[in-house]
Design a protein around this ligand. Structure first.
Ligand code: HEC
Ligand code: CU
Length: 459
């Protein structure tokens, strides 16, 4: 063994042996150093050589290879925007440098362990390692080396941090109710248990400062938006879209990996962020801050469309829902079910906006259903609203309305006195009421195209 290395090891051993704390580590070290048989040491050395561990190796490989899926929805390597590319341009070099350091350190440890292993038939009873100390060159080396690496990474990180957080003014013109509006593309993103709400202010400018003045009591009473969607955020391609991210209950985190990194949604805070997509397409996301029961089922999609299609989408979203007038239809009965059972939480503009005061939920909010049938997924991006052939997926929708908690865990039933639901409760509807209200929901269009249905399909 070379001197410097021996000095390092013996110093570590001494520190461990003589440490006052008597911690687990030092006890293990003591046991190893003073063990009569030396068996602990030799067993550890054998394990390090892992010649007897083929199963562990196979399991490890399976785990690593499982990360190589081709069309993984949340694959950070598949960047589809300038910002996501900037993040990867930082990640790849850091990954390589860290990989080299990892290989060097692990290689050195393995090499030392194998080189110095104690033969099973040898007995080192009572022998204490030779004590050596100090090697200036080595110590200066392993102080300066990491410091230089960390400094380079820190500078590169800062540059990327500034780049992914900077936003530019890029107002576009949109038509809203026949009027031309200059709109700085910006969407207010609200996390709640367990779905994402996207609010578009087209006819007035909303900034982080405006919202910041609302403080934590904003509740559902964010300023009234022109368009409100749930689970799916529609954006125009080739445009930087600013996000203002907040939450109405606990901390969530918004993450659409193909378009940008993660940003926490914190109650009372209005955090700026941005997204942009090079090409039309559907980009999947997931809440990444543990937020309770259905955290893993809190998904979302960014649907990027051409500027022309975006205008069409706005036109459709600005329409009020038209209500059925023929009393002998399922839609009409569904409207009555909605008014009796659903209107205390859900808004359908054109039906109950007159007396809607926010939802009777903990967050004070529930998905706006005015254009429900125009979306292709529901309940936090968990279910497809349409079958691949374009027909309504009334199986999943009926199961959801029958008892949401059965298909997506929430905290909305059997509540203690005075607490409000987190999620949607079981309302004990009859099958007839369920199919009637579904008939109404199905009219809350416009229907998406077959291409949209297939592109946004979730598994
Ligand atoms: C106590 C409040 C409350 C009531 C009453 C209520 N809901 Fe809900 N509903 C919610 C909440 C909260 C969600 C979001 C749950 C989630 O995505 O996990 C939701 C989600 C939904 C969704 C999915 C929307 C989407 O775009 O993701 C539909 C559809 C729905 N509710 C229909 C109904 C119908 C129909 C009724 C009446 C029969 C009803 N709800 C009554 C609170 C309520
Ligand atoms: Cu969440």
């Amino acid at each position: 063994m070379s001197d410097p290395v021996r000095s390092l090891i013996s110093r570590a051993a001494r520190a461990a042996v003589f440490s006052r704390s008597g911690s687990l580590r030092s006890r293990a070290a003591r046991a190893a150093v003073f063990s009569r048989s030396g068996s602990l040491r030799s067993r550890a050395a054998r394990a390090a050589g892992f010649s007897r561990r083929p199963l562990g190796l196979v399991l490890g490989l399976v785990l690593v290879l499982a990360g190589c899926a081709q069309d993984a929805e949340l694959d950070t390597f598949q960047d589809r925007s300038e910002t996501a590319r900037q993040i990867n341009d930082l990640m790849y070099p850091v990954l390589i440098v860290a990989g080299v350091v990892l290989a060097l350190v692990c290689g050195a440890i393995l090499w030392l362990a194998v080189k110095n292993r104690v033969p099973a038939d040898k007995d080192y009873e009572g022998e204490f390692p030779t004590q050596v100390s100090h090697n200036n060159r080595l110590e200066i080396g392993w102080t300066i080396g990491p410091a230089v690496i960390m400094t380079v990474i820190a500078v590169a990180t800062l540059i990327t941090h500034v780049a992914v957080n900077s936003t530019e003014a890029n107002a576009i013109e949109v038509q809203v109710d026949g009027q031309t509006e200059t709109w700085e593309p910006r969407v207010v993103v609200v996390g709640q248990q367990w779905w994402w709400e996207y609010r578009y202010y087209l006819t007035r400018d909303i900034t982080t400062e405006d919202l910041g003045k609302l403080g934590e009591d904003a509740d559902w009473e964010l300023p009234r938006a022109d368009i409100v969607t749930a689970g799916q955020m529609v954006i125009p391609t080739g445009q930087e879209v600013e996000l203002i991210i907040t939450s109405r209950d606990v901390i969530h985190s918004h993450w659409i990996p193909a378009l940008n990194g993660k940003k926490d949604a914190v109650p009372g805070l209005y955090t700026p962020w941005k997204l942009e997509a090079d090409e039309p397409g559907v980009y999947f996301g997931q809440c990444t801050e543990f937020c309770g029961l259905s955290h893993s089922r809190m998904r979302m999609q960014a649907v990027a469309v051409t500027p022309g299609d975006f205008q069409d989408w706005i036109d459709a979203q600005m329409d009020e829902a038209t209500m059925p007038t023929d009393e002998d239809t399922a839609e009409y009965r569904g409207m009555e079910v909605f008014t009796n059972y659903c209107a205390s939480c859900h808004l359908v503009t054109g039906l109950n906006d007159g007396d809607y005061n926010g939802a009777e939920t903990y967050s004070g909010s529930a998905p706006d259903l005015t254009h429900f049938a125009g979306r292709t997924t529901f309940a936090g991006g968990l279910f497809n609203l349409y079958n691949p052939d374009g027909s309504l997926n009334d199986d999943d929708l009926a199961a959801w309305i029958r008892n949401p908690n059965d298909v997506k865990e929430n905290y909305a039933d059997d509540l203690p006195e005075g607490s409000l639901p987190r999620g949607m409760p079981d309302m004990g509807l009859s099958e007839r009421q369920i199919s009637d209200v579904i008939a109404l929901l199905a009219t809350l269009g416009p229907r998406p195209t077959e291409a949209q249905i297939l592109a946004t399909e979730v598994e």
